[in-house]
Design a protein around this ligand. Structure first.
Ligand code: PDD
Length: 286
């Protein structure tokens, strides 16, 4: 596996960072996960824009311009064996004596790696998956794609302990998102999505799904979703770069609607696959 660390490409076994890296000591950094299909990054410009927003929010200067990021991602994709990949990129504030306040003038640590991207199979999407509902006890800047993911990891592990793929989160009686995905619900034929705020990550897949809903004239509303609406929904889906549009068919062991994936989710899943295929066939652009 080829990775990139601070200016060099190398096998992952050779990559080393200091124990004083603020990513290691404080979780002081941000990241992105960019899906790549047939060796072509999907929505790269949008991922780089979200990266910029995360960097701005933590007062860290972007070490590279868009052209350089595009080149680095391209070289990681070319240097690894899979046609479909997740490209992971992470920037931390760099190495310094331990002190909470951000030191000035550090050289950020820049790291990229890739793994094979295996989206849920068509059978999984037809069958649906199980989730639990938990209180969202994370901080109130979940819009930042921070590498400090302990809350998300605790929540996802609680779901895994119960044989579930996701923990769907509620705060003050309203749906926020899930431990590593956004959440949509369908109620009487209308798709409901929580609005972007400091309490959810602005998902790239979330945006694609909203575009699909708009273009296909599927009734939808972006507005706060009550926990009671989540629990009485006809359909629930989670969306992310790696999970695409995955129907949730049980919540806390109880069936969602009839306990089978519903027609609106099936349609959006099909349109998402069509959209992906169309984008991948289009002429390459920077
Ligand atoms: N997670 N919300 C959270 C908390 C997430 O971690 C993610 C993605 C999403 C969906 O974002 P997108 O559609 O841009 O993938 C929402 C990534 C995949 C991860 O951490 O591995």
């Amino acid at each position: 596996m080829t990775i990139y660390l601070n200016g060099e490409f190398m096998p992952i076994e050779q990559a080393k960072i200091s124990v004083l890296d603020r990513g290691f000591i404080f979780g002081d950094g941000v990241y992105e996960v960019i899906p790549v299909y047939s060796r072509r990054p999907f929505r790269l410009a949008e991922h780089l824009a979200r990266l910029q927003a995360s960097l701005d929010a933590i007062r860290l200067q972007n070490p590279h311009d868009r052209a350089r990021w595009t080149e680095l991602v391209g070289r990681i994709v070319a240097g690894n064996p899979w046609e479909d990949q997740n490209v992971y990129l992470q920037i931390t504030r760099g190495v310094a004596r331990r002190d909470h306040a951000f030191p000035k003038g550090l050289k950020p640590t820049v790291f990229l790696m890739a793994s094979e991207l295996i989206p849920p199979s068509a059978e999984t999407v037809k069958r649906g998956a199980a989730a639990i509902v938990l209180p969202d006890f994370r901080w109130t800047r979940c819009d930042i794609k921070s590498i400090s993911l302990l809350g998300n990891c605790l929540l996802r592990t609680a779901a895994a302990d119960q044989g579930c793929v996701e923990a769907i989160l509620v705060r003050d009686g309203e749906l926020t998102e899930a431990s590593a995905s956004n959440v949509f619900v369908v109620k009487s034929g209308t798709v409901l999505a929580p609005p972007k705020s400091h309490l959810i990550l602005p998902g790239i897949t979330y945006d694609v799904v909203l575009e699909i809903l708009r273009d296909a004239a599927i009734p939808h509303e972006v507005r706060p979703v009550k926990e009671s609406e989540l629990r009485s929904a006809d359909e629930v889906w989670v969306t992310s770069s790696s999970r695409e549009v995955l129907p949730i068919t049980t919540l806390d062991g109880k069936p969602v609607g009839p306990g089978r994936p519903g027609p609106v989710g099936a349609k959006v899943y099909a349109l998402y696959q069509e959209y992906k295929a169309r984008v991948m066939r289009a002429p390459a652009h920077a």
